[in-house]
Design a protein around this ligand. Structure first.
Ligand code: ZN
Length: 59
């Protein structure tokens, strides 16, 4: 079911959990869990969109 649809450009998100409304990621800099909206997304230039690795307050 998952993994082979290359036309489906979804963000690549390394989420560690879910807070009921959005995915949660751990910032590798401050080690805090933040909702994905605190990270934002970044276009990698190759058609992939990833979440930012650091939270807003660390950037
Ligand atoms: Zn952080």
């Amino acid at each position: 079911m998952f993994g082979n649809n290359k036309n489906d450009k979804k963000p690549i998100i390394q989420a560690s959990g879910y807070n009921g409304s959005e995915p949660i990621c751990i910032c590798p800099n401050c080690r805090k869990e933040n909702p994905l909206s605190e990270f934002g997304c970044r276009n990698m230039g190759d058609g992939n969109v990833r979440n930012q690795s650091w939270c807003k307050s660390c950037r």
